[in-house]
Design a protein around this ligand. Structure first.
Ligand code: ATP
Ligand code: MG
Length: 437
């Protein structure tokens, strides 16, 4: 049933939601984290509306384990803060509450309206959202979300699911569909293109044709995304277990070249297939490690992604008379500073990538006691793994890899932590200032 809502100055057709009672869906309270339930109930008891929303609801409907739980409410941020001692208000673009229970953070946000129903308060420039900090009702909040399957609400009042946008049907037919006009929604926020690729891969969904088509055409929009935001997306794209598939799809839509321009250039020049094999190898490797519960670091991935450009530039420097190690070091500086202008890779990662690269040179020196000294280098294992990756991709390394494998076996008692090849701490202490290269 359709009706118009006179409350909004910009009149807009509104849909009655579909409400699915508890008896007709599979989400049980025992699937929801205790802390999320605590938050929902406390809001409800205080007289506010409270819903679970987004990835948590979507994943539970698909019988997947949600990464985290997000809550929306009609309580304003200040009102939320009054209810929870462990609450911190964050966000410049849009204020929301983080409620912390040990390691778990429940994100609570107030219903928000999309800019175009926001009585002119929201603001669009070149089709992009500049500000979207305008409160709204639950239905406004549904329509401003990205994909239909991300816009389902689980109501703590009666445990029903509320669906304004046809998300349940898309869950059933396993398709990812943007809410509204796809091109407009991508223009408002081009990161949605990356999210489309990521969710399709993660959920095993197909992209609705109208959601897919613009991906081939709007790739240039990614150029204007701030590098810090692209870093966040980079982590979600490649460090959550579906990197290989996501990488292939990003290439297919022409999106990858906006994330790693120099790498895309190397791929385009790659006659022998070496770069393709190297990248397929490192993504497959990362996914496999995540599947086995082993630690992973983006430093290793960055090292591989930029390796072909690094080698080429290093060769140039060498032919201009620089010693090998100096050439690699200067090339490292150049390649990294170029990359961080696109994706703000923090220095704590790029520094490790540099070390992995420098060690590729040091691994070649097998005489005297140098190899023994290298074994205790904190990045030795990562560097050794990286060398194996290069070899697998078809790089001519003679018997170097076999030699090191034997050498490590003979001296296994000296290895720093043989079980943790790339186990570099990835969590940064809170509050420390981020340094980019
Ligand atoms: P996951 O956390 O598993 O990656 P998610 O769906 O929870 O998936 P989040 O990035 O945590 O994704 O965002 C939470 C919710 O916020 C989404 O489900 C969606 O409803 C909304 N959302 C997030 N980013 C956007 C965006 N760029 N445009 C519109 N809505 C968004
Ligand atoms: Mg989430």
């Amino acid at each position: 049933m359709l009706n118009t809502d006179s409350k909004n100055k910009v009149s807009r057709l509104k849909f009655e939601p579909k409400i699915i009672p508890r008896s007709e869906h599979n989400i049980s309270r025992s699937d929801i984290s205790e802390n999320a339930l605590k938050v929902l109930y406390r809001l409800k008891t205080a007289g506010y509306k409270a819903y679970l929303v987004g990835g948590g609801v979507r994943d539970l409907l698909l019988n997947l384990k949600p990464k985290d739980f997000d809550v929306v409410t009609d309580a304003r941020p200040e009102q939320i803060r009054e209810l929870f001692r462990n609450c911190r208000l964050i966000g410049r673009r849009f204020r929301l509450a983080h409620i912390r229970y040990g390691n778990e953070i429940i994100e609570v946000s107030t219903f928000r309206a999309a800019h175009h129903v926001a009585n002119g308060e929201g603001h669009i420039e070149d089709g992009r959202i500049i500000r979207d900090n305008v409160y709204g009702d639950i239905d406004d909040d549904a329509w401003r979300r990205d994909f239909t399957v991300n816009a389902l609400f689980y109501n703590i009042e009666d445990f029903s699911i509320i669906d304004y946008v046809g998300g349940l049907n898309d869950i059933k037919t396993r398709q990812l569909r943007l809410i509204g006009n796809a091109e407009e929604r991508y223009r408002e926020d081009p990161v949605r293109m990356l999210r489309a690729v990521r969710f399709a891969a993660k959920l095993g969904f197909t992209l609705h044709p109208l959601t897919e088509q613009p991906l081939f055409e709007l790739d240039n929009l990614l150029q204007d995304i701030p590098s810090a935001r692209l870093f966040e997306e980079f982590m979600k794209l490649f460090m959550t277990g579906m990197a290989l598939e996501i990488y292939h799809q990003l290439c297919r839509y022409g999106l990858f070249e906006h994330l790693f321009p120099e790498t895309a250039h190397a791929l385009a020049q790659d006659n022998e297939g070496y770069t393709h094999r190297l990248l397929d190898g490192v993504f497959a490797n990362t996914d496999a490690r995540i599947a086995e519960g082993k630690p992973v670091t983006p430093a290793f991935l960055i090292a591989a992604l930029l390796w072909p450009s690094l080698v080429r530039l290093g060769e140039d420097y060498k032919s201009n008379g620089l010693a090998e190690m100096d050439a690699i070091q200067q090339a490292s500086d150049a390649v990294i500073s170029k990359q961080v202008s696109t994706i703000a890779l923090p220095r704590r990662f790029t520094q490790v990538s540099r070390e992995i690269w420098a060690l590729q040179i040091r691994l070649k020196h097998r005489r005297g006691n140098r190899p023994l000294r290298l074994l205790s280098h904190p990045r030795f294992r990562a560097a050794y793994d990286f060398m194996l990756l290069r070899k697998q991709a078809g790089e001519e390394l003679g018997d170097l890899a076999e030699w090191w494998t034997d050498f490590m076996e003979q001296n296994s008692h000296l290895l720093a932590d043989p079980a943790a090849p790339t186990s570099i701490k990835t969590r940064r202490p809170r509050k420390r200032k981020r340094r980019f290269n």
